[in-house]
Design a protein around this ligand. Structure first.
Ligand code: NAI
Ligand code: MG
Length: 793
């Protein structure tokens, strides 16, 4: 049967564009302002110019940031209920204008009207509803938290209005103000959105919009008045942003690329699978960060599956995206089409088999046919590089274990989809996949109540859900922290073999005890530092206290390897981990006297102060033993027939650089939440007072702590932190130290985009519970994975 064309009318959109003379400036401080130079926005389905928009300059970014800063105080101090009313008004207004938004989005981006009408725009409204709710509840749920200030938000072209909603809604709900830069290919729905904020009377300056390309984005990132950057786009630009914002104190969330696996087991319902694949890779022409672009299929069903897929592909319709019967629309821009074409050519050159349907795509616009590659090498370009187009690459596996290995054989970790009728298998595989979202027997479903975001090089931070709100909040006490900015302590190397005697003069030596130079602690064993050197440590009065190992790059590598090998820890039961923590507390108590002496001697504490630190450390150990089996996930109520399980998962290997002061309590306050949540850690203790940490070896050894869960490398903190920051197997890094050290850690961690938590030289009070323990630590010790499990027939 032939379909007749059923085009959606573009009449309203034309009228709206004409009203603006098809020429747009920026939206700053509640009104549209003239821009400088302009560029053309095209309809990729026809290549026709739709409008001219302005290329924002740094001066215009500055105006927008200033407007947002000026609006912040009032917006922040409105009641949550008042902010909720504005967000609700936005949601309603979007619903009322949904047709205009949908058609405008389709004309600007090229995606089918069926998608903008049924998916993009309803999800946008849903996001504002959900966050109207968070605004209403903020003072109760986030009682100890407040907004950050001006948020700079940079979004891509693949879901222009939806990405705006994902960023603007939580920022405003939390009490922040916004400067948004939409993608240069698709700025129009953001401009319409600006008009909506005018219509509902959103206070001037709360939402500002500056259009332009990457240069405008750069100006926003570099502006000193911005407190947070939220970015969605390519991993390449995400990495640049990580480096450019390093040390600035700007909070950062990155939602980057992906190469998500779509795993099909032999017992899956293959007809559903075929429709799933259509949604996974041909939704939005495959220009989806979480597109199921790698089809991993169990070998026994591969032939049947390929045949079914090819048959389905023959029936897909590519063409005018305004046509309601079209499955696949246009590619957003010539450069993206060229990128797809060249990656496809590369794949063919590398020996993969390319299959496309028998029909040709229209030539009057930027169209590309659905494409299937088989015989793909797992290490080849097609399997590793994000294509961001309607190109599916297929590979086969034999066993579930092989499927997991293949799935995780990617630097990315945004999403995964798995298909099987066996719920045991699904729930066994889901936690093993390194991805922020796992869809069981479904794909590309989203909801505001469920956080979205990546593992690994797909970025960090979440959008949606409660975890998305925390990206726009900070603890209220944080801004009152004193800036101590301890420059750290530069250990001086001494040959380990003839240490104390020639390192310091004899009269400085307190007593002639049996000489003991603690080694490093790696894989549950004491290990001599690779350098063969140690360094002397002194009390605050300059008295010699002993020698600590001078760790180097090699020692950190060994420690990371040991931490990777201790992979049983994350999979152990919370009950087992809790028991180990309780046992550590018990053994600390047994040795309390030694630790008190240690702190008095090393740090010059009074006995009372030392006792207080040891007692607090024991209590803190109980505290995290208590949390170990209680920091549960959530089950979200998403508007589909499914349960969405939000599970906090450990990072894997977590690096921890400890504060100089409170060498016992500071060390344990960081290590305990990390291991309680199932991470294995490589720690760099206080360089000035290293022995409180090295004395812990014997506590750990007698507490059933498996080797490799806690590794300790003493030495120059900055040097060692840099190695940790650059190490690709370290997934997250905490740095509780100087401003310059924080800058270095953020910059050097850009390689694998590890999640960092740095203190910029601000000192916490390790005795004050709100600053030194609690959910903030557990949240930083985990990342949330959302597993969608549908129910019903
Ligand atoms: P991009 O990362 O360059 O652009 C995303 C946004 O960042 C745009 O608003 C752009 O103007 C802005 N931008 C670019 N350079 C910037 C800079 N130096 N500083 C600040 N902002 C900057 O992505 P592009 O060039 O549009 O697409 C390239 C590839 O990136 C695609 O082929 C695709 O593979 C991937 N991509 C991934 C997306 C995702 O959702 N994960 C979205 C868009 C693209
Ligand atoms: Mg670009």
């Amino acid at each position: 049967m032939e379909y007749g064309p059923a085009p959606e009318s573009a009449e309203f959109v034309d009228a709206w564009l004409e009203k603006h003379g098809r020429r747009f400036g920026h939206f700053i401080n509640g009104r549209f302002v003239e821009g400088g130079s302009t560029f053309e926005v095209i309809n990729p389905a026809t290549k026709a110019t739709i409008a001219n928009v302005s290329q924002g300059s740094s001066a215009e970014i500055d105006q927008a940031v200033q407007a947002a800063a000026a609006a912040f105080e009032n917006w922040r101090t409105l009641s949550g209920h008042q902010r909720a009313r504005y967000l609700y008004a936005i949601a309603r207004q979007i619903q009322k204008h949904s047709r205009l938004f949908a058609v405008l989005e389709t004309i600007d981006n090229g995606k089918p009207i069926r998608e903008t009408r049924d998916i993009d725009i309803p999800l946008v409204a849903r996001h504002f509803y959900h966050h109207a709710g968070w605004a209403q509840l903020a003072s109760e749920v986030f009682e100890q938290y407040g907004p950050l200030g001006v948020c700079g938000q940079i979004i891509p072209w693949n879901f222009p209005l939806l990405m705006l909603a994902w960023k603007v809604a939580p920022a405003l709900a939390a009490g922040n103000t916004v400067v948004l830069k939409p993608a240069e290919f698709t700025p129009l729905t953001a401009l319409l959105f600006a008009e909506i904020t005018q219509q509902i009377g959103l206070p001037s300056g709360v939402f500002n919009l500056v259009t332009g390309d990457g240069r405008t984005g750069e100006a926003l990132i570099e502006h000193p008045g911005v407190a947070k950057i939220a970015f969605t786009g390519s991993t390449e630009v995400g990495r640049i942003i990580r480096q450019k914002t390093a040390g600035s104190g700007k909070k950062l969330s990155l939602e980057l690329g992906g190469k998500s696996p779509f795993i099909v087991f032999d017992d899956a319902d293959l007809d559903s699978v075929v429709e799933g694949v259509v949604d996974a890779i041909w939704f939005n022409q495959g220009q989806v960060c979480c597109a199921g672009s790698r089809l991993l299929i169990q070998e026994s069903i591969a032939k049947v599956m390929y045949a079914k897929l090819r048959q389905r592909m023959e029936n897909l319709r590519v063409g005018n995206p305004l046509d309601k019967a079209i499955d696949i629309g246009a590619i957003v821009a010539p450069v993206q089409l060229q990128k797809i074409e060249s990656l496809v050519q590369q794949g063919i050159k590398e020996g993969a088999t390319c299959w496309q349907p028998g029909w040709a795509v229209p030539t009057d616009g930027l169209f590309y046919p659905p494409t299937l590659f088989t015989d793909v090498e797992p290490a080849g370009t097609l399997a590793q590089v994000e294509i961001f187009g309607p190109v599916l690459v297929a590979m086969t596996f034999r066993t579930p274990g092989e499927a997991v290995d293949l799935a995780n054989n990617s630097p990315y970790g945004l999403a995964a989809s798995l298909w099987t009728e066996n719920v045991n298998l699904a729930l066994d595989i889901a936690p093993k996949i390194k991805a922020g979202v796992v869809w069981v027997n479904c794909t590309n479903v989203f909801d505001a109540a469920s956080g979205f975001g990546g593992y690994r090089e797909s970025g960090f931070g979440r959008e949606g859900g409660i975890e998305g709100m925390y990206e726009y909040l900070r603890p209220n006490w944080e801004q009152h922290l004193p800036e101590v900015d301890d420059p750290g302590f530069e250990p001086r190397a001494e040959p380990a073999l003839n240490n104390a005697a020639n390192a310091v003069s004899a009269e400085n030596v307190v007593s002639v005890a049996i000489d003991r130079t603690p080694k490093l602690y790696i894989g549950g064993k004491q290990a001599r530092p690779d350098s063969g050197y140690s360094y002397p440590a002194f009390d605050p009065a300059g008295k010699y206290r002993g020698e600590a190992g001078l760790g180097n790059r090699k020692d950190i590598r060994n420690a990371v390897e040991a931490a990777v090998k201790a992979g049983g820890w994350p999979n152990s039961t919370a009950h087992l981990r809790a028991q180990v923590l309780f046992y550590i507390a018990e053994n600390l108590q047994v040795r309390a006297r030694e630790f008190i002496d240690r702190l008095v001697g090393d740090c010059g504490y009074t006995i009372e102060l030392a006792e207080r630190e040891v007692t607090a450390t024991i209590e803190r150990t109980f505290y995290y033993a208590a949390w170990t089996d209680k920091y549960d996930g959530r089950v979200h109520s998403t508007p589909f027939r499914n349960v969405t399980l939000a599970m906090p998962e450990p990072w894997g290997v977590l690096g921890i650089v400890c504060p100089q002061g409170n060498p016992l309590l500071g060390f344990m306050s960081l290590v305990l939440p990390a291991i309680a949540m199932g991470n294995t850690v490589v720690t760099i203790p206080s360089a000035r007072y290293p022995f409180a940490a090295t004395d812990l070896y014997q506590v750990f050894d007698t507490s059933d702590l498996p080797g490799g869960v806690i590794n300790i490398v003493t030495g120059n903190q900055l040097e060692l932190a840099k190695v940790l920051a650059q190490h690709l197997e370290v997934a997250a890094l905490w740095f509780f130290g100087s401003k310059s050290g924080s800058e270095m850690v953020e910059r050097e961690s850009a390689g694998n985009l590890k999640a960092t938590w740095v203190t910029h030289g601000k000192a916490r009070n390790w005795f004050a519970p709100e600053q030194s323990q609690g959910e903030e630590f557990l949240r930083h010790a985990t990342q949330v994975k959302n597993i969608w499990v549908p129910y019903g027939e």
